[in-house]
Design a protein around this ligand. Structure first.
Ligand SMILES: Nc1ncnc2c1ncn2[C@@H]1O[C@H](COP(=O)(O)OP(=O)(O)OP(=O)(O)O)[C@@H](O)[C@H]1O
Ligand SMILES: [Mg+2]
Length: 409
């Protein structure tokens, strides 16, 4: 077994780290999620819902490395070679060094990897592969585990990076990537809404880099394009001075991201008003409407409330609370939030504004995008140095104070 070290223990300084050169990845968003590039022999699992773009991303990657480094192997277990070719044609990929293998038999795949010794192997997907060693059908947990383990063992021994596609099922009954997460070096999740063009690639585990990083892509006719300036993209279609719209500054990993939160309130025709949350957590919305009712005195008991995060994004961060609450208040009062304002802060149950992490970085991003005022929690802002930033800070202690500052001026 190649993984068993036959050498005696070695002192730390004597261990060479050559061969640890990262392979170049030109797509900056992918490179950042991988922690700076592809490490030889690394095993990467890419999970994501059906149709999100896993095959597209990995075909693009395999083609790029084929053109820049050397032959790559794309094993397709779900689609025929012709289907992959059609996708490549649509994406405008010409890569003479990219080899497609339509195969689901593990032992055959291993043999091809050994004889070809490619620069990179993609297996799409691991659930489609089966081994003779086990009686179970492909996709069965034991098959998935066995196939992944043997692929990883071989590619690690040959220092070939391996990308495995894994399906996520809603029920989690079929072997999903969870089984595999401990076996690979890096786990990436590809997220986004099918009907929106933005996709977020998130590292949830990485032995060769930070797990906080995300890459943002846009799915289009020509495949996945990186979005190097996502904040600007998410704000591009914004109507300035429309009631019910507010800008939040969230952190995706180490990167601040400006997003538009929209709210619409209308008099309900039901005995119980409806609350609908898209992109924010439903319970968070209930909490914020309760705080708006009780602490701010906003009348929401006869109002349906719809909240939406633009671009199909999901925001799980409490720092977006203030923007969500402000968007709702803006819609109820039919007063727009001024177009040059961003809102940052967590809202507590007493209606207080709580400080958030990474405030300076969030403010910098807002300033970069041309915003001139930021409403921030007073507690967090007191520590903030008055630097050369052009952004004017509006420090608020409570949600009421914040709303007064942006909606009553
Ligand atoms: N002609 C086209 N123009 C633009 N986008 C397309 C076109 N055809 C397909 N797509 C996009 O590609 C997506 C499918 O991507 P892909 O096959 O890479 O997903 P996947 O994650 O591998 O899916 P699966 O889990 O089914 O294998 C579609 O959802 C669609 O958004
Ligand atoms: Mg696919």
């Amino acid at each position: 077994m190649p993984l068993v070290e036959t050498t005696p223990p070695r002192a730390l300084p004597e261990i060479e780290t050559e061969g640890f050169q990262r392979l170049p990845v030109s797509m900056g968003e992918l490179r950042r999620v991988l922690g700076g590039g592809i490490v030889p022999g690394m095993g990467v699992l890419v999970g994501g819902e059906p149709g999100i773009g896993k095959s597209t991303l990995l075909l693009q990657l395999a083609a790029e490395l084929a053109n820049r480094v050397g032959p790559t192997l794309y094993v397709t277990g779900e689609e025929s070679a012709q289907q992959v070719k059609l996708r490549a044609q649509r994406l405008g990929i010409t890569a003479p060094q990219l080899y497609i293998l339509a195969e689901i038999h593990l032992e055959t795949i291993l043999q091809h990897i050994e004889t070809m010794d490619p620069t990179l192997v993609v297996v799409d997907s691991i659930q489609a592969i089966y081994s003779d060693a086990l009686p179970a059908a492909a996709g069965n947990v034991s098959q998935v585990r066995e196939c992944a383990a043997r692929l990883l063992r071989l590619t690690k021994a040959h220092h070939i990076p391996l990308f495995l596609v894994g399906h996520v099922t809603k029920e989690g009954t079929i072997a999903g990537p969870r089984v595999l997460e401990h076996m690979v070096d890096t786990v990436l999740y590809f997220e986004g809404e099918r009907f929106h063009s933005y996709r977020v690639l998130r590292a949830v585990k990485n032995r060769f880099g930070s797990t906080n990083e995300v890459g943002i892509f846009e799915m289009g006719e020509k495949g996945l394009q990186e979005v190097p300036n996502p904040s600007a993209a998410f704000l591009a279609e914004r109507l300035p001075n429309a009631a019910g719209s507010a800008i939040a500054v969230t952190m995706e990993g180490t990167r601040p991201l400006l997003i538009e939160v929209q709210a619409l309130t209308s008099t309900t025709s039901f005995s119980q008003p409806r609350r609908t949350a898209n992109g924010v957590e439903f319970n968070r919305l209930l909490l914020l409407t309760a705080v708006l009712t009780k602490r701010v005195g906003l009348r929401l008991s006869d109002q349906d409330v719809f909240v939406n995060v633009v671009g199909g994004l999901r925001v799980d961060e409490p720092a977006a609370d203030l923007a969500v609450a402000t968007a709702i208040a803006s819609s109820v009062r039919n007063v727009p939030v001024p177009a040059d304002v961003v809102l940052i802060g967590e809202v507590g149950l007493s209606g207080e504004l709580r400080s958030v992490a990474h405030l300076p970085r969030r403010l910098q991003e807002a300033a970069n995008l041309g915003f001139s005022r930021a409403v921030v929690p007073r507690t967090g802002a007191s520590k903030l140095k008055e630097d050369g930033s052009t952004l004017r800070l509006v420090k608020a202690r409570t949600l009421s104070e914040a709303l007064e500052a942006v909606l009553d001026s």
